[in-house]
Write a protein that binds this ligand. Structure first.
Ligand code: FEO
Length: 395
């Protein structure tokens, strides 16, 4: 059911407490999510975005309880991805002539998904739509995070409908940032940025600077996922500016996979050396085969350096490490140091391979790595600890 936000704006989205994966299985959503859709009632009536396809009938049925669908004058599709456009087919079957405002890329993508020749109205940055006492202004945000992405600003109410930007995969019935556990909220907002927006950080900075240059008052940031930023709404904009600026904390993360524990033991000895070199550093160790891949990407995002380990198997490395490094490459991390380690029994080429893979993923590799034959003995444990100390000095 709808939730009133202001006299003119009502939330008409869907909170999805059951969602455990997003983008197929590429993104874990342990705290669920929401697909936020908004109904604006001024002299004209406007619907901003819809919900994900599995909830299309529920969405339209609920919307009918809120308003006679024929009263909707305009639909705004800020973004064509199916989690926001998924109910359009169901909705447009009822109101087929209603204009859909979106970017030129939005038209292409919506047509590519739904193969419908709806009444599209193409907009670009600065275009406006007067709806009575308020005006809607469109701001294109290409590649944040799709080519069609767009935001819509509503004057009078001073609301930025930011779509994916500033969102979080976080289910809540409370709607607003001041009504939820802020540790949870920021953990999910950071995970969302790290896993979805990191590749586009340069564009994030430019777009935020552009929007700030308009000097628009912002009372609310109505995202398309998770909470609405109501209490000090610009706090998330400030966070984004920090995160987009090659964010890092004083953290070194050691990520490994292991077959018979030798590589784990190596990682722990290296961690000991790191802490001996600088006890103020945060050092974390994770077995990639046991951890959530998106949490690992978030930990890499927070780190100034990483160490990646795997035993050699079949002249290569373990699949959990291969998958994670492929994800990390796509994130286009900047300004992060790295090195490799791993145990072996005979061929032992994994450290060399991991070193190359780290370079290929954009990390600045600071040494040739370290490897141990079978199980490290006491002398090798000392060497690994010394390696950890030296690693700190090299970053
Ligand atoms: Fe929430 Fe890019 O869709």
């Amino acid at each position: 059911m709808g939730k009133k936000i202001t006299d003119k704006v009502t939330w008409v989205g869907k909170v999805d407490w059951e969602l455990k994966n997003f983008h197929g299985h590429e993104y874990s959503t342990n705290k669920g999510s929401s697909y936020n859709s908004y109904l604006i009632r001024d002299e004209k009536t406007v619907l901003i975005d819809t919900v994900w396809l599995p909830y299309d009938k529920e969405f339209v049925a609920n919307l009918k309880r809120e308003i006679d669908l024929k009263e909707i004058d305009y639909i705004i599709a800020n973004h064509s991805e199916v989690d926001h456009s998924g109910a359009l087919v169901e909705l447009m079957a009822e109101i087929p002539d209603t204009p859909i405002y979106c970017t030129a890329n939005g038209v292409k993508i919506l047509k590519g998904h739904y193969h419908q020749d709806w009444n599209f109205v193409t907009v670009k940055t600065g275009d406006t739509l007067n709806i009575g006492s308020s005006t809607l202004t469109f701001v294109e945000a290409p590649m944040l995070h799709w080519p069609d992405s767009m935001m819509t600003y509503m004057s009078g109410e001073n609301i930025l409908f930011s779509n994916d930007a500033f969102g979080q995969h976080y289910a809540t019935e409370s709607l607003y940032n001041d009504n939820v556990d802020n540790c949870e909220l920021y953990a999910e907002a950071l995970k969302y940025y790290a896993n979805i927006l990191t590749p586009f950080s340069r564009l994030v900075t430019k777009k935020i600077e552009e929007v700030l240059s308009f000097n628009l008052p912002v009372n609310l940031i109505c995202t398309s996922h998770g909470v609405i930023w109501k209490h000090e709404p610009t706090q998330i904009i400030e966070k984004y500016l920090k995160w987009a600026n090659d964010y890092q904390e004083d953290q070194i993360t050691i990520i490994y996979d292991t077959m018979w524990n030798s590589t784990r033991i190596m990682g722990e000895a290296i961690a000991k050396g790191i802490m001996q070199a600088d006890s103020k550093l945060t050092v974390k160790l994770f077995n990639a085969a046991k951890e959530d891949k998106n949490d690992l990407i978030t930990e890499i995002f927070k780190s100034k350096a990483i160490l990646v380990g795997s035993p050699t198997i079949n002249n290569g490395f373990l699949h959990s490490i291969a998958g994670l490094l492929e994800m990390a490459k796509g994130m286009k991390f900047k300004n992060k140091k790295a090195a490799a380690f791993g145990s072996y029994g005979w061929s032992g080429e994994v450290v060399k391979q991991l070193t190359e893979r780290l370079k290929d993923a954009g990390f600045e590799v600071v040494n040739d790595g370290i490897r141990s034959l079978w199980v490290p003995d006491m002398d090798e444990m000392d060497s690994l600890t010394n390696y950890g100390k030296a690693f700190v000095e090299s970053i």
